[in-house]
Design a protein around this ligand. Structure first.
Ligand code: 3PY
Ligand code: MG
Length: 259
């Protein structure tokens, strides 16, 4: 049997396709693999707001790979070195939270892209197993194949979105509606469905298109995902594992109890 070789995420995003991913906070590789087998285009592991650690994400990436799907990782704050380690382990896309200016974006790129774009260091034994590529083919392909998305989720980042997008090696942006709502309201309200968040999203999407770069966003809930796809966002996080459990449990129990 030929091993599955995902490594197609960048091509799909650059071709303008919509990529729907599940967003995971459970540090259990089996959950990641199971969702990958349910038809999501990709699985995103959240290392910023969960207990997912390095070992569970590495095992999760392998499970998702076996299901023939690409893995995405959202890093913890300023943890760019872990981004490189996870690319070494088979992640195809790294999302860095709270990138507020070009200097933040450059530090992200330095860790996650090989020279001449950045300063990522070589350590690709695992990646050669998974990709089936030799070292130098992988290094050359990685400039495009390993996608770096800078999270735009503060007023400062929105003001600097053009300079962030202009950083060589930043492949695109990923909008975070919860933090956008928090900073736009100066801490008064966390509500990703606010009207001003919708306007911020439109501005961020337009900036990414003008720069000729990729776009992604966290959908406030699964009901808003289609509208975001229709607007032209590329990578869309549809639902979290926590919400899936909750909705699944409520639906099953309602049916069982005849409610
Ligand atoms: C946000 O909405 O702020 C996010 O970071 C999504 O997880
Ligand atoms: Mg956020």
């Amino acid at each position: 049997m030929t091993a599955p070789r995902p490594y197609g995420l960048a091509d799909r995003l650059y071709a303008g396709e919509t990529v729907f991913c599940a967003w995971l906070g459970t540090p259990e590789p089996f959950v990641a693999e199971s969702l990958a087998r349910e038809g999501f285009d990709a699985i995103a592991f959240d290392m910023q707001h969960s207990t997912i650690d390095l070992m569970s994400v590495m095992r999760g990436i392998t499970g998702v790979f076996l299901a023939g799907k690409p893995s995405i990782v959202r890093l913890a704050l300023n943890d760019f070195g872990t981004g490189a380690r996870l690319l070494d382990t088979g992640a195809e896309c790294i999302i860095a939270p709270m990138i507020n200016n070009a200097a933040d974006a450059r530090r992200f790129v330095e860790a996650c892209k090989y020279p001449p774009i950045g300063e990522r260091s070589w350590g690709g034994a695992r990646i050669m197993q998974l990709s089936g590529m030799d070292a130098n083919s992988y290094i050359q392909a990685s400039h495009k194949m390993c996608v770096t998305l800078a999270m735009i989720e503060t007023v400062e980042a929105m003001n600097n979105v053009d300079e962030i997008l202009a950083v060589d090696g930043i492949d695109g942006v990923f909008a975070g509606p919860s933090d956008i709502s928090l900073t736009l309201s100066k801490g008064a309200e966390m509500n990703p469905l606010r009207k001003d968040v919708e306007e911020a999203f439109a501005m961020i999407l337009a900036a990414s298109k003008k720069a000729g770069k990729l776009s992604g966003c966290f959908s406030p809930n699964y009901m808003t995902a289609k509208g975001l796809a229709d607007k032209g966002w590329g990578l869309i996080s549809v639902i979290t594992d926590g919400s899936l459990f909750k909705i699944g449990a409520q639906t099953a129990l309602k049916a069982a109890r005849g409610e």
